[in-house]
Design a protein around this ligand. Structure first.
Ligand code: BES
Ligand code: ZN
Length: 592
């Protein structure tokens, strides 16, 4: 037995599935998917086959043409779920499993009509990363395995299904049902399987890019993301032809727990990006960059997650620099620095979670999630880039993506490749300190610019009475204001809050990064005028990046702690299961 991914029952002595054929019925009343999956192996084999499953109700297992075969579910593990072991007879090339998802399936959020913009129809979306695909379909749920897939999704008439795949037709079935068919010809890891069903409309943004959203938001979404084709072309200039045919996006309801998710051919996005001024499109640059760094070359397991996210943050800022210049990129790095510092502080007592090469046996990957693989990882990539020079590094990146396209690799494989192509570079940047030591190496690259230095000096001078001038206040772009707020002292007085809100009109901001940064400061200052807005945001939005700091800041004073509990009681039924867990852990850290 060879289990190489601590988060999967996949046994690398057994064959890998090559393709998956899915047929799913979407039952909004029962909040379940029901259907069958056929796993194709592309060659005959026999013996035990171990799959991942969590909360699934397995109904039948058979070899098509041959009939039922023996199977058993192992004991449930809180992180991994249950091993589904099939006994496969000789000559088998594919297995078929009929099943139903459980009511608690973490990959799925079933929304009531009231939780959508239109308030008229239910909505379903999936989020499989890191290890939730197994709550949606029995499979080898590890990025070590890549599968092409095709799917048929049967939904109530009037609703539309989209997936991380190309659409290949749809038809009315009668009886109030409609079927949508999809095909993903390129092999993807299970965490990139994705499905959403709702009242959806789309707008074309270019011949290969389109945005989907509820009818109420689709026009705003089309405006916000109108620049995506330009972004794709800039990324192609860096990393080579876009490898996935179409780049479509779906703007989800506000409970979506992430900012974005790089589902191939259908990036999922939080509606909090719809700032009305295109100021938050860096998230699209990030998800688009995953089309190369991640979806094309990904991590073999979550222990090497930095290869996925660290490279993507670096790539995102490389695209940003081409689109908006050096100063904009420096601001991006500054925002990342803040996220990195917050995560290092959060894991102060768990320094093993601050390494890039992690050891995650027995650890839930959602608990290990932080900005460290993103920002420490991106700094290692940037250090290598500085060491060998931009041109040579870009050539290296293209070779790297050619060598490993459509595979999933470990840190060791990456290092061996760097040693071969850029000899001595790893030692020169002290890569060992990033990969295997906690915290940040003292030699990590810094990113500065004149505007950033000015903003930092102003923020750091707050206690000494320094304030931005009227001219500065009106000239700052959203990203500059965001960095300024991030660098202010965490503990402001109520008078400070009044000053900031008056000068910057913060309470009414449509840019959620600015709004939440402000509300976090206000909550930590026990600033009552902000309470209604905080309540509104926490009741509407389920993005974990915002919930963690807001609930954390509210937890600091007795009165706001009470408020946090009250808001959470009202908001939690609408939160995604992942978001609920994060808030619970924050609230538990500060007992009443
Ligand atoms: N793939 C991630 C989201 C993710 C990570 C989901 C781990 C589940 C587990 C996505 O690409 C991402 O990083 N999103 C960021 C945005 C980005 C600009 C840093 C987010 O959601 O905030
Ligand atoms: Zn990412």
């Amino acid at each position: 037995m060879l289990r190489q991914d601590p988060h999967s029952y996949y046994d690398s002595a057994q064959p890998k599935a090559r393709r998956m054929r899915l047929k799913l019925g979407v039952d909004f009343a029962a909040k379940r998917l029901e259907g069958d999956v056929v796993l194709e192996f592309g060659k005959a084999f026999s013996g035990p086959l171990d799959l991942d499953s969590k909360g699934l109700e397995i109904l039948t297992v058979q070899v098509p043409g041959l009939g039922p075969i023996p199977w058993e579910l192992g004991d449930p593990d809180t992180i991994l779920g249950q091993r589904l072991r099939l006994q496969v007879p000789s000559g088998t090339q594919e297995v078929a499993i009929t099943y139903r998802t459980g009511p608690e399936a973490m990959a799925l959020q079933w929304l009531e009509p009231e939780q959508t913009e239109g308030k008229s129809s239910p909505y379903l979306f999936s989020q499989c990363q890191q290890i939730h695909a197994r709550t949606m379909v029995p499979c080898q749920d590890t990025p070590m395995v890549r599968m092409a897939y095709q799917a048929e999704v049967n939904v109530p008439e009037g609703l539309t299904a989209v997936m991380s795949a190309g659409p290949v037709g749809d038809e009315a079935l009668g009886g109030g049902r409609h079927v949508y068919r999809f095909s993903m010809p390129q092999p993807i890891p299970s965490y990139l399987l994705a499905l959403a069903v709702g009242r959806l409309e789309s707008r074309d943004l270019s011949p290969r890019a389109r945005v989907w959203a509820e009818p109420e938001t689709v026009a705003a979404a089309a405006w916000e993301f109108a620049g995506v084709e330009d972004m794709i072309q800039k990324a192609e200039g860096l990393f080579g032809a876009y490898p996935w045919d179409r780049y479509d996006m779906l703007v989800l309801p506000p409970s979506f727990p992430y900012g974005g998710m790089e589902n191939p051919r259908m990036t999922f996005l939080t509606p909090t990006l719809l700032a009305g001024d295109r100021s938050l499109v860096d998230v699209v640059a990030h998800e688009l960059a995953h089309s190369w760094t991640g979806n094309l070359v990904t991590n073999a397991s979550m222990e090497h997650f930095w290869l996925n996210e660290g490279f993507t943050v670096w790539a995102e800022r490389r695209i940003l620099r081409i689109l908006h210049g050096d100063d904009a990129a420096a601001l991006g790095w500054a925002m990342g620095q803040k996220a990195l510092e917050d995560s290092l502080e959060r894991f102060e007592k768990e320094p093993h979670l601050t390494l890039l090469r992690m050891h995650l046996e027995g650890i839930d990957p959602d608990d290990a999630f932080s900005s460290i693989p993103y920002e420490k990882g991106a700094r290692l990539v940037a250090a290598l880039e500085r060491e060998v020079g931009e041109d040579r590094f870009l050539r290296f990146i293209r070779e790297y993506m050619d060598a490993f396209r459509f595979t999933s690799i470990t840190t060791e494989q990456f290092c061996a490749f760097v040693d071969e192509k850029l000899p001595d570079a790893l030692a020169a940047v002290n890569a060992h300190a990033y990969l295997d030591e906690p915290g940040m190496p003292a030699t990590a690259p810094e990113f500065r610019s004149l505007p950033l230095d000015t903003i930092t000096a102003l923020a750091e001078g707050w206690a000494a009475g320094k304030r931005p001038s009227e001219a500065q206040i009106s000239a700052w772009k959203p990203a500059e204001l965001q960095v300024y707020l991030q660098r202010l002292p965490r503990q402001l007085t109520q008078a400070d809050c009044v000053w900031l809100d008056e000068r910057f009109q913060l309470m009414g901001r449509g840019n959620y990064e600015i709004l939440v940064e402000w509300l976090t400061l206000a909550a930590a200052a026990d600033y009552e005028p902000a309470f209604p807005r905080i309540r509104e945001v926490l009741l509407r939005v389920g993005r974990m990046k915002y919930l963690r700091p807001l609930y954390g800041a509210l937890s600091q004073h007795a009165r706001t702690r009470q408020l946090a509990r009250e808001i959470f009681a009202a908001a939690s039924p609408g939160y995604h299961g992942l978001s609920r867990r994060v808030v619970q852990s924050v609230l538990e850290a500060y007992p009443a």
